[in-house]
Design a protein around this ligand. Sequence first.
Ligand SMILES: C[S@@+](CC[C@H](N)C(=O)[O-])C[C@H]1O[C@@H](n2cnc3c(N)ncnc32)[C@H](O)[C@@H]1O
Length: 298
Amino acid sequence: MPSADEIRDVQRATWAGLSAGWEKWDSVIMEQLGPVGAAIIERLDIAEDHQHLDIAAGTGEPGLSIARLSPKGRVVLTDLVAEMLDVAARRARAQGVANVETKVCSADDLPFNDGTFDSVSVRFGYMFFPDMAKATAEFARVLKPGGRLCSSVWIKPEENPWTTIAMQAIATEAVVAPPDRDGPNMFRCAAPGYVSALYEGAGLHDVAEWDVDVELVTRSPAQYWEMISEHVSLAVAALQQVDDPTRERIRANAIAKVSAFEKDGKVRVPGVARCIVGTKQDASGTRPRDGALSSNAG
Ligand SMILES: C[S@@+](CC[C@H](N)C(=O)[O-])C[C@H]1O[C@@H](n2cnc3c(N)ncnc32)[C@H](O)[C@@H]1O
């Protein structure tokens, strides 16, 4: 079992290497993940003077969208990897979003005082943390009483053909080591209730989870493959280990399979994420906003 430091080192190297792919495919990735960002934002009750912390913010979402909704507020985008936050800073400048700052740090060791933020978001970050319980305790610590945490993770591979098509094509030609059950991997938090239990372990209340559909839309099967092979961590790592003819066979296989998803001149491959929300108890010990979640909790 690798140590927390070893896990962070691997994640740092992996995501530094992926940052160029995330910047290149920004518009396609943001369109695919947009519904999840919107679902997270909907549960955070963003006020115009909100203090928000985005964990594992990568290239900046959902933090940048939250900053736009909170013109008198402040959003801190944090990530383990400076190269990802550099992309976020460039995107913020390009979008004219000024009320954001970036901070390189690990989710399980936050450089912020207790009770600093009105809300915390973690879009597709949980599965990469060395110690998810410790990270959740940190999120609860830096939340103000009554503040909310909302995150998202991927549900099981069978519901996410947008990535499994590519991984199956790779597996026909290359030995893909099964992911360490307890180590970072895309589907580590897929089991229903997995993240909710972490929230409850950190003392959060009114915990609810619900699924959100996504769709990866590309212009062609070839563009699908180009995009996946340049920004999905498992695919990039596996492809580095094979020679050019093998890579070409994998590409042809993936393109043939994804062609089944061609519709109206585009390739539309579905997926499903899970969002999880929870609230920090307020100072009086009552549960703030009781009942506010019940209508939407799935
Ligand atoms: C899939 S990306 C998500 C980026 C962004 N939130 C989004 O949804 O577009 C995962 C991010 O987790 C970050 N990460 C990995 N380990 C981390 C850790 N221990 N602490 C904070 N961030 C971490 C990576 O650097 C990467 O930017």
